[in-house]
Design a protein around this ligand. Sequence first.
Ligand code: DC
Length: 227
Amino acid sequence: MDRFVIAIDGPSGTGKSTVAKHLARQLRAGYLDTGAMYRIVTLAILRAGVDPADEAAVADHLPLVQFHSPTDPDRQQHDLDGDDVTAQIRGGDVTLAVTPVSANPAVREWLMERQQQLAHTGRMVVEGRDIGTVIAPDATLKVYLTADESERARRRHRQNGAVNVPAAPNDLDAVRADLNRRDTVDSGRATAPLRAADDAIHLDSSDLTADQVVEQILAFAAERGIN
Ligand code: DC
């Protein structure tokens, strides 16, 4: 199949990024990290000195935001105004401010067009919160990834240490509190809340390695003619 979308949705820390990237490599497909797009817009808002909670001011600033989103799973460099901000978008300031920015309907609408266009460029694995419900309701395969809370906190804690994220919460309890804060707001927001699509396959990754999750998804994909 030369055109497909595999949607990988779910809360923070379930291993979505690792799994989606592996999957894209195995299938020689592109990979789109929509969370990174919300993070880049958030960084642009912070750099401009705009209050992330001021919906109208954030909306007014959007036309000035210039960024590039990579789709190669092996070259995930994120640029904002020509600067490499790959590490900075994972930092504590952005992680805090991305919640109001991603709940802003103007931001979601602005990014939606770009995400829909990139998602439909061929063989694509797309990761986020609303891919199966809003960005690609026509996706060939939809996976909703979950994991129990302490496992999610452990994984994100490890990930923060591995990439040496500046100003990220660095004790396990702070990481857990931050995941809970984001998921509660993401699930409760009015526009495109975190929710599984009715036709999504639910996969609990708590007791599985990333490779095992990828294997299971590859099997579901093969059933749909994707290989
Ligand atoms: O996946 P992530 O943690 O990098 O995402 C950052 C934030 O962006 C997250 O708190 C929720 C939001 N997000 C969203 O609202 N919709 C998406 N499709 C992807 C991310």
